[in-house]
Design a protein around this ligand. Structure first.
Ligand SMILES: N[C@@H](CCC(=O)N[C@@H](CS)C(=O)NCC(=O)O)C(=O)O
Length: 235
């Protein structure tokens, strides 16, 4: 589906960000073409700040339209391109999908991205600072299990998707954010969380995700992970 007046939108943000991944996957699921400019979070350039005043990624530009926030961008795209719906039609499924999206954008991202992926991958790879192993251990013990228990409860035994019979924003948000856990070098324990482990594995192989993962050179990050634990104790 083409955009009005032939305008191809541009998405700003490094593709490994879960929030950028969420929008990329959403756009791939709708088969919408777009350019991507891999800007880092916090970029202070004026042109970027006009789209994203707080410097967060993603930002989105379509002609004179400037947007930020993954949820806003996805909601906008759903209105403009309803042909492949990604927000459930059924009212209850719709409300549930919004809740899953909100849970992922707040709780899952806080622990999986801003804590674990930052400590295990981003900090050692890009800032050359060793990870805080105590914090990682504590997070894995205290914070990760309640999240995985919660996700396990989200997944109904007989259902392929999280909010109704079709792929929706709930699946896109969940998969996009749970990738951060994998980026941090950890696996979902299939003995403890069998439905979650199976669900994420399946999601990564289907729908918009294979294309989204190719775009971010997945699993190239492992090169950095392996090195990270050997980084010397200096900045
Ligand atoms: N609510 C925003 C959150 C986006 C977000 O926090 N992105 C992170 C990168 S994963 C960021 O840009 N952080 C930079 C900062 O907080 O200054 C969304 O849904 O897009």
């Amino acid at each position: 589906m083409a955009f009005k007046k032939g305008i191809k939108p541009t998405l700003y943000g490094v593709p490994q960000s879960p929030f950028v991944r969420k929008v990329r996957s959403f756009m791939h699921a709708k088969q919408l073409p777009f350019n991507i400019i891999p800007i880092m979070p916090g970029d202070s350039r004026k042109t970027f700040r006009r789209m994203s005043p707080f410097g967060k990624i993603p930002a989105y530009r379509e002609g004179s339209l400037r947007l930020c926030d993954s949820s806003v961008i996805c909601a906008y795209l759903e209105r403009c391109h309803p042909e492949t719906p990604l927000f459930p039609k059924d009212n209850r499924n719709y409300a549930h999908a919004l809740w899953v999206e909100e849970y992922c954008d707040t709780v899952v991202s806080k622990i999986m991205t801003f804590r674990l992926m930052y400590q295990c991958f981003l900090k050692p790879a890009f800032r050359k600072i060793p990870p805080d192993k105590e914090l990682i251990e504590e997070t894995l013990k205290e914070d990760v299990p309640p999240i995985l228990n919660h996700i396990e409860d989200f997944i109904m035994n007989d259902q392929e998707f999280l909010a109704g019979p079709e792929l929706s924003i709930a699946d896109i948000s969940m998969t996009a954010h749970m990738l951060s856990y994998i980026y941090s070098g950890h696996e979902i324990n299939a003995d403890k969380w069998p439905k979650t482990s199976q669900y994420i594995d399946k999601m990564l192989e289907t729908g918009p995700f294979p294309k989204a993962l190719r775009e971010e050179n997945y699993p190239y990050y492992q090169v950095f992970l392996d090195k990270s634990w050997d980084v010397p104790d200096t900045v």
